[in-house]
Design a protein around this ligand. Structure first.
Ligand code: GTP
Ligand code: ZN
Length: 311
């Protein structure tokens, strides 16, 4: 991740004794850091656990394969996950989010839209991956369901990890090149199948990480980063991480729904919440069908949730 050259240059100045690396997995306050060809176990000082997978960090080596995190480089982006009504760090420096959905089993619009809100608010571009196109009976209905996202301008890529592995791999590679991509999806969508196509030795890497971080049986519950080349990485996030959206202000929320944009500033009240106000341009667009009801309902729900935040 990031240019190795700039890391080298930086490490020559003030922080001469520090080395740099990329956080490739996190488990509690234990981090696995890739530094060149080497993987090290790093910890943070004290109780701090503000390091995320994808972070570029400076560490002090304490033994041949261990270190202490000293500083975190400025992040380009930051995604949060939801944890007991709080937002915790999920991944740093992600440039694009791929949401894997499938013809079967069905996906949940609520989760897809929450992921899109997370991406928009973090400044991360979002794509939808429709997997299992070989289940042709369910294809027309699924495409129809995805229309709402296509109309919003989110690219949709159709693949079949099982029936067309080579084509699927070939479709992915140019999309991933030069990007830090996080892959998310509800259980059963085929995310693991896709990761295994893209990273053939992913299983080995996961076992290595799990052993290094001593995650015990939690082998599939941690987020990990696979460095594909110097400028390309892919992050696999287990299950369907519910994104932490509690930290979003009302202003950030309304801007995270890209279809609201033409209407913002056109409501009767300048501080309109777009919930029940008279002469609300957003509500009028919902009524006329220009904004999908499902999307507006989620906006209202997220506004409610962020008002319930615990901190
Ligand atoms: N028909 C079909 N089945 C597929 C395809 N891709 C994956 N599957 C199957 O879908 C099931 C779920 O795939 P996984 O890759 O394990 O899905 P996952 O999203 O990682 O699911 P979890 O491990 O539960 O998070 C498996 O039985 C796969 O063999 C595909 O393109 N077509
Ligand atoms: Zn309004």
């Amino acid at each position: 991740m990031g240019g190795r050259k700039s890391q080298e240059k930086n490490s020559k100045d003030a922080s001469a004794a520090l080395e740099s690396g990329t956080v490739i997995a996190a488990h509690g306050r234990h981090y696995l850091v890739q530094a060149g060809e080497q993987k090290l176990q790093c910890v943070t000082r004290g109780k701090k656990s503000d390091v995320a997978v994808g972070d570029l960090i400076r560490f002090k080596r304490t033994s041949p394969n261990q270190g202490v995190v000293e500083t975190i480089d400025e992040r380009k982006t930051l995604l949060y996950r939801s944890d007991q009504y709080k937002s915790k760090l999920l991944a740093a420096n992600v440039t694009q989010l791929f949401i894997v959905v499938a013809t079967e089993p069905g996906f949940t619009d609520d989760l897809v839209s929450r992921a899109l809100v997370a991406a928009e608010s973090a400044g991360v571009s979002a794509h939808l991956i429709l997997n299992k196109t070989d289940i042709v009976e369910a294809l027309p209905k699924t495409r129809e369901r995805l229309q709402v996202y296509a109309r919003l301008g989110y690219p949709i890529h159709e693949v079949s990890a099982r029936a067309e592995p080579e084509q699927t791999r070939a479709a992915f590679m140019p999309l991933l090149e030069g990007q830090n991509t996080i892959l998310i999806g509800q259980s059963g969508m085929g995310k693991s199948s896709l990761i295994n196509l893209i990273i053939p030795d992913a299983d080995i890497a996961v076992r290595e990480i799990s052993a290094a971080l001593d995650t015990g049986k939690h082998t599939t519950t941690f987020t990990r980063l696979y460095q594909m080349d110097e400028n390309t990485a892919i992050i696999d996030s287990p299950g369907f991480q519910e994104f932490g959206l509690y930290q979003l202000s009302e202003g950030m929320l309304e801007r995270a729904f890209r279809e609201f944009a033409p209407y913002l500033g056109h409501c009767k009240f300048y501080n309109c919440h777009h919930l029940t106000e008279p002469s609300c341009a957003v509500l009028e667009a919902v009524k006329s069908g220009e904004i999908a009801t499902m999307r507006h309902q989620l906006y209202a729900q997220l506004l409610h949730e962020s008002s319930q935040k615990l901190y």
